[in-house]
Ligand binder design. Structure first.
Ligand code: HEC
Length: 159
């Protein structure tokens, strides 16, 4: 295992553990429901921005210490035929990067989320949905509708 990765992951797990220990509500305060899931934007800032950058373009403070640079997550749609790849993002989060030579520098979030959510599959799916929706909202250079219209127009003209 890459040393940087081990250190980063260790720090991350420690911060997640201490965060949940500090989250115990004071007496009289409203308690989070057992499957409370934070918004995608908040989770991105807490779990992802260190590597991928606050703007998701891949320039987080920890990016320089990784052998594989964290990809720009605002071009996911551009790199997947103009459509945000929900299935791919969900697989990467649950199982880790899937490229044949994936660097393993990206943490596998599935087990971490399962731990945080006390093994509730519904809550883990909600986390991944919130994160995916947030990432989908950051996509750049997308004109899928216009693109599809012009492809349709070209097709109609050709028949
Ligand atoms: C420790 C640094 C690090 C953290 C923290 C991290 N990532 Fe990554 N991420 C990477 C690296 C490095 C890659 C590229 C891995 C590869 O291709 O082998 C990657 C790849 C990805 C990919 C695939 C991108 C593509 O272009 O194919 C997605 C999606 C992703 N990360 C989302 C997230 C989300 C969401 C979070 C937070 C929940 C997160 N990452 C946290 C380092 C990190």
């Amino acid at each position: 295992m890459d040393v940087h990765y081990a250190v980063l992951l260790g720090a991350l797990i420690l911060s997640l553990c201490s965060a949940s220990a500090n989250d115990k509500p004071a007496v009289g305060q409203a308690q989070f429901p057992p499957t409370y899931v934070p918004s995608g934007g908040l989770m991105f800032k807490q779990y992802c921005a260190a590597c991928h950058g606050a703007d998701a373009k891949g320039h987080g403070p920890a990016a320089g210490s990784l052998k594989t640079p964290p990809p720009d997550l605002t071009t996911l749609a551009t790199r997947h035929d103009g459509k945000f790849p929900y299935g791919y993002v969900s697989d990467v989060l649950l199982l880790g990067p899937l490229a044949p030579h994936g660097s393993a520098a990206m943490p596998t979030w599935g087990p971490i989320f399962l731990y945080l959510d006390k093994r509730s599959g519904t809550a883990v799916r909600q986390r991944i949905k919130n994160l995916s929706d947030y990432l989908a909202s950051l996509q750049v250079g997308q004109r899928p509708f216009v693109g599809r219209l012009s492809i349709r127009a070209l097709y109609l003209r050709s028949v």
